[in-house]
Design a protein around this ligand. Sequence first.
Ligand code: ADP
Ligand code: MG
Length: 327
Amino acid sequence: SETVERIAAGEVVTRPASVVKELVENSLDAGAGSVTVEVDGDGTERLKVADDGHGMSEADAELAVDHHTTSKLSGSDDIERVSTLGFRGEALPSVAAVATLDVTTNDGGPRGTRVLVEDGETTTSPAGRATGTTVEVRELFHNRPARRKSLSNTEFGRISDVVSRYALVRPDVRFRLRHDGRDVFSTPGSGSYTDAVLGVYDRTVAGQSTTFDHEAAVEIDGDEHSLTVEGLLVYPSVTRSRRDHVHAAVNGRVVGNAGLKRAVVSGYGTLLPSGRDPIAVVSVSLSPALVDANVHPSKDEVAFADGDAVESAVEEAVHEALTTADL
Ligand code: ADP
Ligand code: MG
């Protein structure tokens, strides 16, 4: 029912930045090597995510905009061990409940498919497109004026933050962010964390124009039992600001986890001058069975079976990388 859709939408789709996050995660789940995000204004008029992932067949594309369909689970206990970023089949239908959803996709066939959902009506037609998927969202929250009004002009900053974090933790994927027809940043998809950090950070760090000195970057590459930590630490740091420059991912998914971020800062220890913040990209991989990814519908938060063990492994990996580096 429409009520159910509105409620579900409220959980996953709270603002343009959360829509972008869901769409980018879908692109990564589809194995994209390249993800382009385009935003007009605060993202409510129009936002678009295009990828070169495996795409969808016509039938799958129609299913994808329908409620509670996900192609990412084959059995119920998979939910415990899920390794993809999305697995609830809620994002696209939730967006369609509060916006015009325009999906163009091709799974490698001779022609692609366009599925347009507008005012609850779904129309399917053939479309020209190379393999991959483009999801355009227009008139977001047109039927929820209060929510739309509550967005401030800092919304693009949040969107940029979401895309930056994914670009940093997935250096193997080419990312490009455009705003009002202008390039904001891009990363080359070379697989190098340094290249990704340069792509995201070479313009502005904490609001100041800064050139990133990649001589002062340290690759972390630690392996503690079944847990691996990789990423990049920028030394020494940036002047403390309200922005958070510790970028953390668990099993390829960007997460907010205060303990994990504290562990990174502790790993810098006395190397971090007071009043300074590190720029760090820390990507942790461990058995999905040791991660509870479902603590919050937006999936921003992550909880570990043994948080202390994860935190000390991360702290140690960071400390080790910094102390053995030739800074
Ligand atoms: P979930 O990611 O939880 O499965 P979504 O609503 O985000 O649910 O997406 C529904 C389905 O649509 C996905 O399971 C996937 O099969 C398909 N899909 C969505 N976005 C893409 C994309 N960019 N490329 C390929 N398939 C996609
Ligand atoms: Mg999804």
